[in-house]
Ligand binder design. Structure first.
Ligand code: EPU
Length: 429
């Protein structure tokens, strides 16, 4: 079992380079199924969700070559619909993109029902509604999802009942090669939706309006290969911004799009943090005191739900009572029990957490219960004096490229260790 061991209380100082965005990379990788020709995808993060996606594509017949540390060429000419590896598709949420991509290219699709982090019910009714509007029949049974558009896939009018990143991207995939025009209303506006649309357009698709809540897609007969670089990961960037503040440090965060981070920067400034923006960099400097704030997570451009556990750590370190409302997922506060082990004073009432600032957290052994909750434990450990051990490292590795190495390079005393199962790691505090 791997664990992260942190001797906290050291300010992070220096500069850190942000990797390509996980949730854009996953959409783009599955989108290559629609393309006849070779795609060269640059700036892919080295994370396990990307390796699992590449493994799924490889098992289904894609020819994949690693050209350098972050660049892969992918050709799905020999893609085999029947070879979908159920155990892998069930491991990750984004495997639902196989359905949109396969429907777009083959007019039929099948996959294991998607897995991913557990924060309450994660329905896919909006994806299904969209595919049906395009003429597909969809069946969900026995942990599988099957879709079929025997007489062809046609452009449709789709209104989403709630904004869904996954459903919006899935419609981009299916509609890119459908006959006629698809219009998505109440579309998600996240930068990764725009990135997938830009990739598809670079392959010859005709998508307009991505980044607004109405997207139009005029289907084309085929898509050709291209070279495409994934955008920087705004959630990774926000995580480092918060880590800098939690440790009382100063970090220059490189390779970011500051606009994507406006909601996070605004809240940090409200807390009293100093933020400077340059073209592709953000400099974050902690100040003496952190003010309490109220935060509500919302779809983009609102404050991202994927930064909610990390900012919760800062609210613990602030003065006074902060209110954190989760506006996207039903159950994304399960990690609070872990923070309480470190001395946090948090009351959860439904989708609201009431956080009493306690000034400092104390070192402890804690568990990463999912990806973002896990990285929040790392931030808490970096801020707390003494030795914190974070278990469940595999969750963090789903979405953070070399997090231990990057933190070490800016002054953290942090290491990853492997402990044989059943053996305890003794902390010498
Ligand atoms: N929803 C429905 N029906 C649907 C789809 C979604 O009711 O058919 C609801 C969900 O239950 C949720 C809300 O709509 O309450 C938003 O879900 P969305 O579909 O936008 O989430 P997702 O596409 O499954 C992606 C990211 C998540 C991120 C959310 C919200 C990927 C692979 N995952 O999930 O990222 O939290 O958007 O921004 O892109 C993470 O990276 O840690 C992560 C969990």
């Amino acid at each position: 079992m791997e664990k992260i061991v942190i001797n906290g209380g050291k300010p992070l100082m220096g500069s850190v380079e942000i990797s390509g965005m996980k949730n854009a990379a996953l959409g783009v990788l599955f989108a290559t199924v629609l393309v006849e020709g070779t795609c060269v995808i640059e700036n892919l993060p080295d994370i396990s969700d990307v390796s699992v996606t590449l493994e799924i594509l490889r098992e289904m017949g894609a020819e994949i070559r690693r050209l350098d540390a972050t660049t892969y060429s992918i050709n799905t000419k020999r893609f085999d619909l029947g070879a979908s590896p159920m155990e892998l598709t069930r491991k990750m949420r984004a495997s639902y993109y196989l359905i949109g991509a396969e429907l777009g290219r083959f007019h039929q699709a099948s996959s294991g029902l998607p897995g991913g982090c557990d924060f309450g019910v994660r329905p896919i009714d909006q994806h299904i509604k969209g595919f049906e509007a395009m003429g597909a029949k969809v069946l969900v049974d026995g942990g599988r999802i099957e879709a079929d558009a025997k007489s062809g896939l046609f452009g449709g009018q789709i209104y989403f009942d709630n904004t869904s990143v996954g459903a919006t991207i899935n419609m981009l995939l299916a509609a890119s090669r459908a006959k006629g025009m698809t219009v998505i209303e109440n579309a998600a506006k996240e930068p990764h939706v725009v990135d997938v649309a830009n990739f598809l357009n670079a392959c010859g698709a005709r998508i307009s309006g991505a980044g607004t809540d109405v997207i139009k897609i005029r289907g084309v007969e085929r898509l050709h290969g291209c070279t495409y670089a994934i955008i920087p990961d705004m959630i990774e960037a926000a995580t480092f911004m918060i880590a800098a503040v939690a440790t009382g440090g100063t970090l220059r965060i490189r390779n970011v799009i500051p606009k994507h981070l406006e909601s996070v920067s605004a809240k940090l400034e409200e807390m009293g943090v100093s933020i400077e923006e340059e073209d592709e960099e953000i400099i974050v400097s902690a100040q003496e005191r952190l003010n309490r704030v109220h935060i509500r997570t919302m779809p983009y451009p609102g404050f991202p739900t994927d930064v909610q556990p990390q900012i919760c750590v800062l609210l613990c370190l602030a003065r006074g009572t902060s209110i954190l409302y989760e506006g996207v997922w039903d159950n994304r506060f399960r990690y609070v029990d872990e923070l309480r082990r470190m001395g946090a004073d948090i009351k959860v009432e439904g989708k609201t957490a009431i956080v009493e600032g306690v000034g400092n957290l104390s070192a402890a052994t804690v568990h990463a219960i999912d990806l973002r909750a896990g990285v929040a434990m790392v931030i808490a450990g970096l801020s707390a004096k003494g030795t914190t051990v974070v278990e469940g490292v595999q969750y963090i590795q789903r979405g953070y490229d070399n997090i231990v190495g990057k933190l070490k390079a800016v002054g953290a005393d942090i290491k990853k260790i492997t402990v044989p199962d059943g053996q305890k790691y003794e902390i010498a505090n």
